[in-house]
Design a binder for this molecule. Structure first.
Ligand code: DC
Length: 676
C-alpha cells in the first residue's frame, strides 16, 4: 500500500497559549467596511483619493484588484494608498472574471456598481461565498433595471448592461443589511433622480458617510436613506479608523482574562457598529471610552479594557444589527459569564461565512459548555471551558473566537482547525497576540489510535508512523515499563506512593534504529521482551487505574509530541493525553477474536496456553480498563471507530488511510500555514 508523502507539516491547526498579564496600548487593523468603500468610491471620484490605515486583508485586497482590473490606477505607498479616480463613467470592461474571494461585502457592493455599467462582467467567489445568498441584492437591482444572471441566487453573478439604464427606486428592504442598502445606493448613483432604501432597523452607515463626504447629496430620514443620482464625487483624504469588529476580539479577551488592563487605540465607534460595546457593558464588562473624537466623518475613541466578572443577559433585538459580525466572540463572552445569555432574532448569522450559530455552538459544546441552538439564535449557560479541538470551518471570526477562548486560562489547550481565512479580516492577528505576550502555536498533528489490546492498534500505529516519518508513542510500553520496574523493586500494585515516586523517576528511553526498530531501555537495559510478558501486562493493568500514577506519566507522554507529527497508541490518547488531536481512531474487535490472535502469537513464541484462559483474562482486563474511574477505555466523542474482528491488517490500514487521506492532503497542501 502506498501512503501519501512523508514529512507532512501541520496546516491550519493553531492554538494560542495563555499569558499571565495583559497590559499596554494596542492597535488593531483598519476598518474592513470603510476600507472596501474607500476603494470603490475613490475609484468613482474625480481626482486622487489618499487612504491611510487601509486594511490590507485578503477581502479588501480583492476589492482593490477588481477596481484595478477595471482600469483604475491604485498606487500603494506603504502607509497610504493613492487611488486615481476615473469618475462614475470611467470604468473599463475587465478582461477576466472578477474574483471576490471570500468577501461578501465586495460581491454585494460591486453588484450594485456592475449592474449600472455599459459592459459585461462576472463576479465570482470562493466556495463559501458561492453558497451565500445573493438574491437579496439581485432582486432590488433587477427592479432598478439591472440584467443579472445567477443560478439559484448565488455566485457567479453575470452582468449585462441594463437595457434601459438604471432607474431610481424606493426600496423597502426585508433585512437590515448595509450590503443590500449599499448595493442599491451605489446603483442609484447611476440613476436620474433619487433612490431610497428603507430598512427594518438601521444598518451600518459608512456608505452614506463617505458619499456625503465626497459631495453626494444624501438624505437620511429615520430608517430611510436616499441618494440623488449622477453626483460628481470629489476625491478625499480618508483616514480609516481601527475596525471595531477586530477590536471586539481584544475586548472579550481582556474582559474574560484574569489580569488585563490595556487600551485599544483609535477604534471606530460608529453608532451603527457599536452594539458589541453595549452588549459587553450590559454583561458587566469594564470598557471605558477615552478621547472620543471624529475622523473622516466617523466617531473614534480609545477603548480601555479591564478584567471583569461578566454575567449573562438577554440581548436586546435593537442591538443586533450593530453587532452582527461580533456574535462569535460574544458567544465566547457568554460561555465565560455567570448565568444564561439568550440571543434571538439573529437568523442572519446562519448566512455569514459559515452558519455561525451552528459552528459556534458545536465548538462550545465540544468545549464542555451547556448551550442550545435556536433557529434564530442561541441560549448559552456560562461555565467552565475545557480543552479540545474545535473546527472554525474556515470562518475567520469563529476561528479567532475559539483561539482566544484558549488563551483565557492557564492549562486550557484549545486547538482550532479551519483558521486559513483569518487573513480575510485580521491579517496581523497572530502577530498582535504575540506582541501582547501570548504564544501562538501551530500544534504538531497527532493521530491517536486507542482500543483494547489485541485489536491490531500497535501494528497499525507502527506502520503509520513509519510511512509518515512521524514519531510513535507506544503508551502501553510506558505503563508496562513502570510495572516491570515495580516488579524488579518488589513494589506492590497497591503501594500508590511508591508507584508514583517510581513513575516520576523512571529512567526510560525509546531508541529507534532501522535495524532494531524501537527498543525500550529501562535504566539503560533493553527490556522489549520482558515488557511483552503476560506477568508484566497483568501488573501494568493493575497500576494503570491509579489516578496519581496516570498523572505522573502524563507529561512524559505529552513530550512525545514533536514535529513533524506523532502517532500515539494507547487507551486514553484521544480522550485525555491528546484531546486536541485532529485525527482520532478507535479500534475494537470481539474478545474471542482477540483471544485467538493472542493464542497464535504465543504459540509462535513456543508458549502453550489455552484459548479459553486467554479469553477469560482478556475479558477481565477489558472490564477493568473500561470501567475504571480514571481515563476509562472508551472512544473519544470525535473518534472514528473501526471494528477489526473480520479484517486483516491490510484491510484495517486501507480503511484508516481512506479516513486519513483528506487530512494528510490538507496538511501537505499548505505546509506554510496560513495561505493568505
Ligand atoms: O497496550 P498494552 O497492552 O501494552 O497496555 C498495557 C496496560 O497499560 C493495559 O492494561 C492498559 C494500560 N494502558 C493504559 O491504561 N493507558 C494507556 N494509554 C496505555 C496502556
Amino acid at each position: 500500500m502506498t501512503l501519501p508523502n512523508q514529512r507532512i507539516q501541520p496546516l491550519d491547526v493553531f492554538a494560542v497559549n495563555h499569558c499571565d498579564q495583559l497590559r499596554g496600548q494596542f492597535t488593531v487593523p483598519g476598518d474592513k467596511s470603510i476600507s472596501h468603500r474607500s476603494i470603490i468610491f475613490g475609484a468613482l471620484a474625480q481626482g486622487q483619493t489618499r487612504v491611510s490605515g487601509f486594511l490590507r486583508s485578503a477581502d479588501c485586497l480583492a476589492t482593490l484588484r477588481i477596481l484595478q482590473a477595471m482600469g483604475v490606477s491604485i498606487t500603494d505607498a506603504g502607509d497610504e494608498l493613492m487611488i486615481d479616480g476615473v469618475g462614475l463613467d470611467g470604468l473599463q470592461k475587465p478582461k477576466q472574471d472578477l474574483d471576490c474571494g471570500n468577501a461578501g461585502t465586495a460581491m454585494r457592493l460591486l453588484a450594485g456598481l456592475l449592474s449600472a455599467q455599459t459592459f459585461d462582467s462576472t463576479l465570482v467567489g470562493d466556495e463559501s461565498l458561492s453558497n451565500r445568498p445573493m438574491n437579496r441584492v439581485i432582486k432590488p437591482l433587477t427592479a432598478m433595471g439591472a440584467n443579472i444572471d445567477a443560478d439559484a441566487g448565488t455566485a457567479p453573478l453575470r452582468f449585462r448592461p441594463p437595457t434601459a439604464g438604471i432607474q431610481a427606486i424606493d426600496y423597502t428592504s426585508p433585512v437590515a443589511s448595509a450590503q443590500v442598502k449599499s448595493a442599491v445606493l451605489i446603483a442609484g448613483l447611476y440613476a436620474d433622480g433619487k433612490t431610497t432604501v428603507t430598512e427594518p432597523q438601521k444598518s451600518r452607515d459608512h456608505t452614506e458617510t463617505m458619499l456625503r463626504g465626497m459631495g453626494c447629496e444624501v438624505q437620511v430620514d429615520g430608517l430611510t436613506v436616499g441618494v440623488t443620482g449622477r453626483p460628481i464625487l470629489l476625491a478625499q483624504n480618508i483616514q480609516v479608523p481601527a475596525d471595531i469588529s477586530s477590536a471586539a476580539f481584544l475586548m472579550v479577551l481582556g474582559l474574560c482574562h484574569p489580569d488585563a488592563d490595556f487600551t485599544i487605540q483609535n477604534v471606530s465607534i460608529n453608532p451603527t457598529r457599536d452594539g458589541v460595546i453595549k452588549i459587553l457593558q450590559a454583561m458587566g464588562g469594564n470598557l471605558e471610552l477615552h478621547d472620543v473624537r471624529e475622523q473622516a466623518g466617523e466617531p473614534v475613541a480609545d477603548i480601555q479594557v479591564r478584567s471583569s466578572q461578566l454575567r449573562g443577559i438577554d440581548i436586546p433585538h435593537a442591538w443586533i444589527p450593530s453587532a452582527i459580525d461580533e456574535f462569535p466572540i460574544v458567544f465566547i463572552a457568554a460561555a465565560m459569564a455567570s448565568g444564561q445569555t439568550t440571543l434571538t432574532g439573529a437568523e442572519e448569522l446562519r448566512h455569514k461565512e459559515s452558519d455561525r450559530i451552528q459552528v459556534m455552538l458545536d465548538g462550545l459544546k465540544l468545549l464542555g459548555i451547556d448551550c442550545q441552538e435556536l433557529p434564530d439564535g442561541a441560549v448559552i449557560h456560562g461555565g467552565q471551558l475545557s480543552s479540545g479541538l474545535v473546527d472554525g470551518h474556515g470562518d475567520h471570526r469563529c476561528a479567532m473566537s475559539f483561539l482566544l477562548a484558549g488563551a483565557l486560562h492557564p492549562g486550557l489547550e484549545i486547538a482550532v482547525k479551519g483558521c486559513h481565512n483569518i487573513g480575510t479580516s485580521f491579517p496581523e492577528f497572530f502577530g498582535l497576540l504575540e506582541s501582547m505576550g501570548m504564544v501562538v502555536e501551530q500544534p504538531v498533528p497527532v493521530i491517536t489510535v486507542d482500543g483494547p489490546s489485541g485489536v491490531g492498534k500497535g501494528t497499525i500505529s507502527a506502520l503509520l508512523a513509519e510511512e509518515l516519518g512521524w514519531h510513535l508513542l507506544d503508551s502501553g510500553a510506558i505503563y508496562r515499563s513502570l510495572a516491570l520496574a515495580a516488579m524488579q523493586q518488589a513494589i506492590a500494585a497497591t503501594d500508590e506512593a511508591a508507584l508514583v515516586q517510581l513513575a516520576e523517576s523512571l529512567e526510560l528511553t525509546f531508541e529507534v534504529s532501522d535495524e532494531m526498530g524501537t527498543q525500550a531501555c529501562l535504566n539503560g537495559v533493553v527490556v522489549n521482551d520482558q515488557l511483552r510478558s503476560e506477568a508484566c501486562g497483568l501488573m501494568a493493568s493493575k497500576v494503570a487505574p491509579i489516578a496519581a500514577v496516570r498523572a505522573a506519566l502524563l507529561r512524559r507522554q505529552k513530550a512525545f509530541r514533536r514535529a513533524p507529527g506523532l502517532v500515539a497508541d494507547g487507551r486514553d490518547m484521544g480522550t485525555v493525553v491528546f484531546k486536541s488531536a485532529p485525527v482520532k481512531l478507535f479500534l475494537t474487535a470481539d474478545a474471542a477474536e482477540r483471544a485467538k490472535r493472542r493464542h497464535k502469537q504465543l504459540q509462535e513464541q513456543g508458549v502453550d496456553v489455552k484459548i479459553r484462559d486467554l479469553l477469560v483474562d482478556i475479558e477481565a482486563r477489558d472490564h477493568r480498563d473500561s470501567t475504571r474511574k480514571v481515563a476509562p477505555l472508551v472512544p473519544a466523542e470525535d473518534a472514528w471507530v473501526i471494528d477489526t474482528s473480520d479484517l486483516s491488517i491490510d484491510e484495517v490500514l486501507a480503511q484508516v488511510m481512506q479516513h486519513l487521506t483528506p487530512h494528510l492532503e490538507r496538511w501537505q497542501a499548505n505546509p506554510s500555514g496560513l495561505d493568505c
